[in-house]
Design a protein around this ligand. Structure first.
Ligand SMILES: [Zn+2]
Ligand SMILES: [Zn+2]
Ligand SMILES: [Zn+2]
Length: 302
């Protein structure tokens, strides 16, 4: 019998109501309050009833929840519990609230549910009339990016970071740059840089207003990531790669696209960058490392 790899648009609907992970660990149970819990969350003698869903997915392959940390495996739900015991993801700290820390899959839920800062396209709006800063998540295939942007009106500069959530070796294989548009007209593109998973001076893009144009009050910015050299596809249980195509690079945007016109971000949220809006927060960033080891190292310091 051939197995079916669930497409992401279906997989993303099959989510446990407690842990927000895929319903990919058995048993999957339904409850009188209409909740559906996965095998990670339900107990033997709770009042849940085994879902018929289990019968439907006997030949279905699920992606591992650590896919964003580089696990390429797709296996049957009956084997997932055993796999997850060996495959543990790194933990990451949220750079917006600085309070949350969790595995990559949960970090995505946190950005979606708490901060509502997940972009459907890697495009965002920048106000060039005053100091402001924003922070977004962008997800494409198995890659999660955190984009941090600060407009420095006094210095007339835009500062940008793009960090890949995941292992350093993979992050450094990604090439990225930013484009700036006014309406649908491309005004400026940065040089190409190597991506990384930590914030430091070397992976900062600094764009003077004068490079873009001298007379615009606002601008649309688009992240351009090239994943074609590193995309590993999906490895199924028999060791076969089911998919070798790299994710398509997003088409240049048609404006007005789904660009958030009103930046909803405010300085009071940027606790990780300092409380005061006038602080030169980029000078505070280089010590921040976006990986598990440094998170625990930071804790030890405190
Ligand atoms: Zn669960
Ligand atoms: Zn895994
Ligand atoms: Zn947060």
């Amino acid at each position: 019998m051939t197995s079916l790899l669930l497409p992401d648009n279906v997989l993303n609907q099959l989510i446990c109501n407690k842990c927000n992970k895929y319903l990919s660990v058995l048993p999957v149970k339904v409850y009188p309050n209409r909740q559906t819990l996965c095998g990670r969350c339900c107990d033997e003698n709770d009042n849940g009833v085994k879902s018929l869903y289990e019968k439907l997915i006997t030949t279905t392959l699920f992606r591992c929840v650590n896919r964003y940390d580089g696990c390429l495996l797709a296996i049957n739900a009956s084997q997932m519990k055993e796999h997850e015991e060996k495959c543990t993801g790194n933990t990451y700290k949220c750079v917006i609230c600085n309070e949350y820390e969790g595995v990559s899959f949960d970090l995505i839920n946190h950005y979606k549910n708490v901060h509502k800062k997940v972009l459907s396209h890697p495009i965002f709006f920048l106000n060039l009339k005053e100091d402001n800063e924003s922070n977004f998540m962008y997800i494409t295939q198995d890659f999660v990016f955190i984009i941090m942007v600060k407009v420095d009106f006094v210095k007339q500069q835009i500062h940008l970071f793009n960090i890949n959530v995941g292992p350093i070796s993979r992050a450094e294989s990604i090439k990225h740059k930013f484009h700036f548009y006014s309406e649908d007209k491309l005004l400026y593109s940065t040089d190409v840089k190597k991506c990384t998973n930590i914030v430091n001076i070397n992976n900062e893009f600094i764009v003077p207003f004068s490079s873009i144009s001298n007379d615009v009050d606002s601008i649309n910015c688009r992240l351009d990531v090239n994943l074609s050299e590193i995309y590993g596809g999906v490895v199924c249980e028999n060791g076969e790669r089911s998919e070798k195509k790299a994710p398509k690079r997003p088409e240049p945007p048609k404006f007005p696209a789904t660009v958030p016109k009103e930046p909803t971000f405010n300085f009071s949220q940027t606790t990780s960058f300092g409380e005061k809006p006038n602080i030169d927060f980029f000078s505070t960033l280089p010590t921040f490392k976006f990986n598990a080891k440094s998170v625990s190292a930071d804790k030890q310091k405190k």
